[in-house]
Write a protein that binds this ligand. Sequence first.
Ligand code: NAD
Length: 275
Amino acid sequence: MFGSRLPGNPGNSVSAVVTGAGSGIGRAFALEIARRRGAVLCSDIDEAAAQLTADEIVAAGGRAWAVVCDVSKIAEVQKLARQAGEILPQPVNLVVNNAGVGAGGKPVGETPLTDWKWTLGINLWGVIHGCHVFAPLLRHQGHGGIVNVASTASYSAAPLMGPYNVSKAGVLALSETLAAELAGTGVKITALCPTLVKTNINANGRIVGDASKLFDRLMDRFGMAPDRVVRMTLDAHQRGDLYVMPQFDARLIWRAKRLMPRTYAMGAGLFNRLH
Ligand SMILES: NC(=O)c1ccc[n+]([C@@H]2O[C@H](COP(=O)([O-])OP(=O)(O)OC[C@H]3O[C@@H](n4cnc5c(N)ncnc54)[C@H](O)[C@@H]3O)[C@@H](O)[C@H]2O)c1
């Protein structure tokens, strides 16, 4: 179990930074890390939401603080690292690059470029900023880990999800690159690739038209609870797993794409014409 210790570093308890901690998966990461006796700096672009998560942790007897951080801005992520150094009781040894938004519903060519830039600015650049700032600190320490919240969209290439797919493919590639670069340094990298998780992502995002309604229906029916996804992810991170695909369909899509790429691409095209 994750416990209050990180392997290979028995003297230090978990000291975490979570981005997008005010809602959904990020909130669940913050709560679960605290439940496992870690200290958590909860950050979010919505400061009040981050504060609510921190207050909930403190009310339950845990250690948490809240700060505002827009991950799409490098200066704010650099400030987040400085605040982590000042606020957390020990140097940060777990970074969860979770903040993200949903966008989709239109094909490439009709999706406004403003939506492309907004999505890539948060989902991809936000994680690039988090890795750029925190990976050198962790490498220097020689222990700790980074969990990047990617998605099954990193590899599923579902139609009408261009900006989201591209952003999450980038997060997965970045995580795989970091895992290679940090191999043997004591720093672990995990990429979380879930399908549907019950959160506020649709309400907070820019998924338009029928795709938004379909997303809500599928989420209601098949969405996994965020706390379950997070427990599986922290356990996998503890084991040193790079990939976490918490649901059966996430693993099925991963295998189908690799074993039958042409059939998979035909199926995705058919789905686009029929739904
Ligand atoms: N919900 C799903 O089905 C699902 C599936 C796969 C991956 N994901 C990923 O999980 C992550 C968390 O999303 P969620 O589903 O919990 O959504 P959510 O909308 O419930 O939570 C996202 C949080 O990120 C914050 N945020 C948005 N823009 C930000 C910014 N620029 N800087 C900092 N914080 C910002 C929001 O304020 C919110 O608190 C995202 O990266 C998302 O892409 C979600």
